[in-house]
Design a binder for this molecule. Structure first.
Ligand code: NDP
Length: 315
């Protein structure tokens, strides 16, 4: 028995703010979008508690509630939201070509345009105590969660531009910020390191690594060790901010789409266009600099408009 392969005008991969916003716009342009949500329906925001910086919510909103609102808004315009993970893609290189997408290693669909909004995943150290206290004081986003540590002591782990930027951001809010750097220098740009050095309430501990986050339900401190002397020390903090990089979720597109050395998808100029016709990228998968829900949403809108214009140009 032969099975008819489903043809979709606009297929969206990933269900963060970029994906749902793309869906709202694509649906209103009558592209009948279908979203495949990925494993973590709603994306990174579902792992934070309160979101205070998304415009339109004067009293803040829970991350899960925000993502539910975006999903409901997309569905109101008849977006089809499907739970499933894209496991393989076979993109056409031709203008007007049809792209083949495999879901959960079994079902294949065809799409005229594809919007990739698979996001990036913050890296964690992999400690049991860190995992247990995520949401209880362990965070990978100072801009999202820093406010909750007003006047308190926190640590930041990492030595790149993100660590430097998060530490200086937190220093404006918190009483004291300690940065744990595993080497004897910070790899962040000179200007950022200078800013860290100039900030009075930041202390940098070199050759120092996190051994354990202390606390049962919420962070009460950390135990760190000097990797040269093996000396251990406990520091009283209420917040632990990881800034050891993000991993863009782009593995399945490797070899097909142009990416930078880390795996962020490259888009052309100010658009969401990738190097292949009909394939667009939005949100953190193509943005290592801003990484905010609202910027992701904005780029999702751009991707839907680019899809609509692309399809219009084929007529
Ligand atoms: P990076 O990959 O640049 O830095 C990650 C840092 O985490 C490194 O210093 C690394 O240490 C440290 N690290 C990694 N694993 C561990 C571990 N297990 N234990 C302790 N430390 C660890 O990531 P960023 O997120 O900082 O930056 C990503 C990109 O975004 C960069 O290109 C950066 O320039 C850019 N960016 C730009 C900004 C701006 O211009 N305003 C702001 C933020 C980011 P080590 O040095 O020892 O390897």
């Amino acid at each position: 028995m032969s099975e008819t392969i489903e043809r979709i005008k606009c297929l969206i991969i990933g269900s963060g703010p970029a994906g749902y916003t793309a869906a709202i716009y694509a649906a209103r342009a009558d592209l009948k979008p279908v979203i495949y949500t990925g494993m973590q329906m709603g994306g990174q925001l579902t792992t934070t508690t309160e979101v205070d910086n998304f415009p339109g919510y004067p009293n803040g909103i829970d991350g899960n509630a925000l993502m539910n609102d975006l999903k409901n808004q997309a569905e109101r315009f008849e977006t089809e939201v499907r739970f499933g993970v894209v496991t393989k893609v076979d993109f056409s290189k031709e203008i007007g070509g049809i792209h083949k997408i495999t879901i959960d290693e079994s079902k294949t669909v065809e799409a005229e345009t594809v919007i990739i909004s698979t996001g990036a995943t913050a890296r964690y150290l992999g400690l049991e105590s860190e995992e247990r206290l995520k949401g209880g004081g362990v965070s990978a986003c100072a801009t999202c969660d820093g406010f909750f540590y007003k006047g308190q002591d926190v640590i930041v782990i990492g030595a790149g531009d993100s660590a430097a930027e998060e530490a200086t951001y937190l220093a404006n809010i918190c009483n004291k910020v300690t940065i744990l750097v595993r080497k004897d220098y910070m790899r962040a740009s000179k200007a950022m390191v200078h800013r860290v050095e100039k900030t009075e309430n930041i202390e940098v501990m070199y050759n120092t690594e996190l051994e354990e986050v202390l606390g049962d339900k919420v962070v009460e401190g950390v135990r760190v060790f000097n990797n040269q002397t093996n000396e251990k020390q406990e520091i009283d903090v209420t917040g632990v901010f990881l800034a050891i990089g993000h991993k863009p979720n782009s593995d399945i597109f490797k070899g097909m789409l142009d990416m930078d050395e880390v795996g962020y998808i490259l888009t052309k100029g100010k658009s969401s266009k990738t190097n292949l016709p009909g394939i667009f990228a939005a949100g953190d998968i193509q943005d290592k600099d801003y990484r905010q829900a609202v910027t992701a949403a904005g780029s999702g809108c751009m991707a839907a408009l680019d899809s609509e214009r692309y399809l219009g140009s084929l007529k």
